[in-house]
Write a protein that binds this ligand. Structure first.
Ligand code: GTP
Ligand code: MG
Length: 227
């Protein structure tokens, strides 16, 4: 099951969203960006299909689904512009394409921890998928306690003029890690950085991340004996 957080885009919408931005790209550049979005969305679909196919094959071979569910999202234009400004990148399609890899994103929620690395291996071993970046926040959790495997892969999208490689960011995590990250994200980003709450619950949440890991390992052990 894929939950698609759809973000369709067109010239009018883009012009409205960028109306307050200094150094606003001209029409020609905006058209390029729209084409880029379409291309990236196609790349996202290519990878989503590959992941669905892997999951289905597992179901047939082992009577088991490693993937609990997936979510896909396109970075909205405002966050794209904010990120480009924050990092000092030029606001052009070429510069964005060269520097920002998380325009197309897929989150894969697995049942167990081993499934994370299995899914990664099976996907990145496909001949048309190339691993570009990898951050293992499971082996090296963030200071907050955040755990997840982040990879960026490139996949060719076949256009009328031939194939174009497109980067797609994939965050792979267990159900437990996902539950944790959603709550922690709310605490950190949605409360307008309410420092008081972060101070109050930050350590507690970090402790929960460790506990969840222990629980998930234990449950994985039991599950292994059952299959
Ligand atoms: P940016 O993409 O520019 O933010 O930097 P980066 O590429 O170094 O980011 P990173 O690999 O840390 O991943 C960014 C994404 O991971 C965020 O958009 C979140 O979805 C998620 N993430 C990273 N750290 C945390 C964290 O401490 N808590 C939660 N809840 N999510 C996090
Ligand atoms: Mg990122």
């Amino acid at each position: 099951m894929i939950l698609e957080r759809s973000n369709s885009i067109n010239l009018n919408k883009l012009q409205t969203q960028l109306s307050g931005v200094a150094n606003r790209p001209d029409i020609e550049e905006l058209s390029k960006m729209i084409k880029m979005y379409q291309l990236y969305q196609a790349g996202q679909r290519e990878i989503s299909t590959k992941l669905e196919n892997l999951d289905a094959e597992f179901q047939v071979n082992y009577d088991y689904n490693p993937i609990h569910h997936m979510e896909s999202r396109m970075k909205d234009v405002q966050s794209l512009v904010q990120k480009a400004e924050r990092k000092g990148y030029e606001l052009t399609a070429d510069s964005i394409q060269a520097n920002i890899y998380d325009i197309a994103g897929i989150r894969v929620i697995t049942n167990y921890m081993d499934d994370i690395y299995n899914v990664e291996k099976l996907l990145t071993h496909q001949t048309d998928v190339t691993l570009l970046r990898r951050k293992d926040y499971i082996k090296h959790p963030k200071e907050s306690g955040y755990r997840s495997l982040h990879i960026v892969v490139k996949v060719p999208v076949f256009q009328a003029k031939g194939p174009i490689d497109v980067p797609v960011e994939i965050q792979i995590r267990t159900v437990g890690m996902d539950m944790w990250a959603s709550l922690e994200h709310k605490l950190r980003y949605k409360t307008d950085t309410n420092q008081e709450l972060v101070d109050k619950y930050g350590d507690q949440l970090k402790g929960y991340a460790d506990e969840l890991e222990q629980i998930e390992r234990g449950m994985q052990g039991i599950h292994k004996e059952l299959i």
